[in-house]
Write a protein that binds this ligand. Structure first.
Ligand code: DLL
Length: 447
């Protein structure tokens, strides 16, 4: 279902005209209201009027996360606090958290793009939405909450955590729609399986998953375990939260950017030059309608590509490919660039393995070592571990030699790195407790 067909299927030339109008307005607004932009424009000798069309965008500097941190907490807000009705913030593992604000109109945009995402995933008014994204400073919970209400869903604000209770509610209330991170969808699916609920008896039909990178093999796994259709939803708090881009149930192949509100570019991570459609680079987003925190050419750090091929669903919004990861999540192992999603893709090709894994990078001597720790399926584990085995005995079991060789080869040919493989018993790799799951442990000392 298309929530706003008049906007979501706008012919390209009209969409471009709308974007150009809004860009001119937001550039002037940001220049006049945000001291950082005033200063930057003046330093570059650029006037807002110089940006009269989309083609002029590349003349503007990037805005980075560090700009938000340097002006912590509210220095980039473009309206007085009397016009701000909501504040969210990232947890910020290093330095200050990034703080974002919304006017009443901004919340309207936020709810609308989340409602579009739910509708595109297959949700229709009258369905129940089990919203297991975290509520609080994180944008996922409240974003999908408002989006669900806007679409006409009955929203169950379960938030993250208390998996057993979530599954009780799921079995009693029978929600057709689930929203959470893909790693938490797996945790929920495991708990359902543990209770002996087969996929065809899981009430969820549509799962709207995002907030962390995931792969097609993970999608297949989740679809199978839940008996549902999982679609991807992308977003970041700086731009609005979830709903910046979302997949349609028809194609499930790339996420439509809500281009009436967000202007997307993909740029070369080293030179900053705009790349043509189809080429992988860093996603840069300009907000076209936000008022509390307008951001011009915001450097997301997320690696993706854009496509403007017509889509089966009829939406004309450009699609971004599944995010490979953030440039700062990229591991450099003996000089080779490795994204965790590349390893996840390889694990998904081997039926003996589960999607539960962890990557550990160490430097025992002078060389980096990448260790891929992955759980065996219950079936294989049982056939190997007829007797009690220690973790080391399991890992070294002769019956796993062929699998180890196959996995090592597959990783080498896909990623170009020889990884050490460690097999784990089912249930021993880290699980999402409700939010994003950290799968990488980097133990190298780089000093
Ligand atoms: O994760 C907003 C969100 C909530 C999106 C719920 C989707 C669903 P932040 O906490 O600010 O906001 O984190 C944003 O998470 O820059 C990406 O690196 C990553 N990310 C978000 N969605 C996806 C996705 C929310 N679908 C950062 N695929 C972004 C891959 C994603 N990475």
């Amino acid at each position: 279902m298309i929530l706003q067909p008049d906007l979501e299927t706008l012919p390209h030339h009209r969409l471009r005209a709308l974007q150009a109008d809004r860009l001119g307005e937001i550039v002037r607004f940001a220049y006049e209201r945000v001291p950082l932009y005033t200063r930057r424009f003046e330093e570059m000798g650029v006037k807002p009027d110089d940006i009269s069309g989309l083609e002029d965008l590349a003349g503007l500097p990037f805005t980075r996360k560090s700009d938000l941190r340097d002006t912590y907490p509210f220095g980039m807000f473009a309206v007085p606090m009397s016009e701000v009705v909501r504040i969210h913030a990232s947890t910020g593992t290093t330095g200050h958290p990034t703080v974002v604000g919304y006017t009443r109109d901004d919340l309207e945009v936020f709810a609308t793009v989340c409602a579009r995402a739910l509708a595109a995933a297959g949700a229709t008014p009258g369905m129940i939405l089990h919203n297991a994204y975290g509520y609080g400073l994180f944008t996922g919970g409240l974003g999908f909450h408002a989006g669900g209400e806007r679409l006409g869903l009955a929203v169950l604000p379960v938030s993250g955590g208390s998996t057993s209770r979530q599954v009780d509610l799921m079995l009693d209330f029978r929600p057709e729609v689930l929203a959470c991170t893909p790693s938490y969808a797996l945790t929920l699916a495991e708990e359902l399986a543990r209770r002996g609920v087969p996929p065809q008896e899981v009430p969820v039909r549509f799962a709207v998953l995002g907030a962390e990178p995931w792969t097609e093999s993970m999608r297949k796994e989740i679809d199978g375990l839940l008996g549902a259709r999982a679609t991807n939803c992308y977003g970041l708090s700086e731009i609005v939260g979830p709903g910046v881009a979302f997949e349609c149930a028809e194609a499930r192949c790339g996420s439509h950017v809500a281009e009436d509100h967000f202007l997307a570019e993909v740029v070369d991570p080293d030179t900053g030059a705009v790349l043509p459609d189809g080429e992988m680079g860093v996603l840069v987003v300009t907000t076209l309608s936000k008022r509390a925190l307008p951001l011009l050419r915001y450097w997301t750090g997320d690696v993706t590509s854009l496509s403007r091929e017509p889509c089966a669903c009829g939406r004309t919004f450009a699609k971004m490919s599944a995010v490979r990861g953030r440039t700062d999540d990229m591991l450099i192992v003996r000089g080779v660039n490795v994204y965790p999603t590349q390893i996840e893709g390889v694990l998904g090709t081997l039926a003996e393995l589960t999607p539960n894994y962890r990557l550990v990078v160490t430097r025992p001597g002078t060389l980096d070592e990448l260790r891929v720790e992955v759980e065996l399926t219950e079936m294989l584990f049982r056939s190997v571990a007829a007797e009690m085995l220690s973790e080391d005995e399991l890992d070294a079991h002769h019956a796993l030699a062929g699998l180890r060789e196959a996995l090592t080869q597959a990783i080498k040919s896909a990623v170009g790195v020889t990884a050490k493989v460690r097999f784990l018993a089912p249930g021993t790799a880290p699980r999402s407790q409700g939010g994003k799951l950290a799968r990488v442990v980097d133990e190298r000392r780089l000093d």
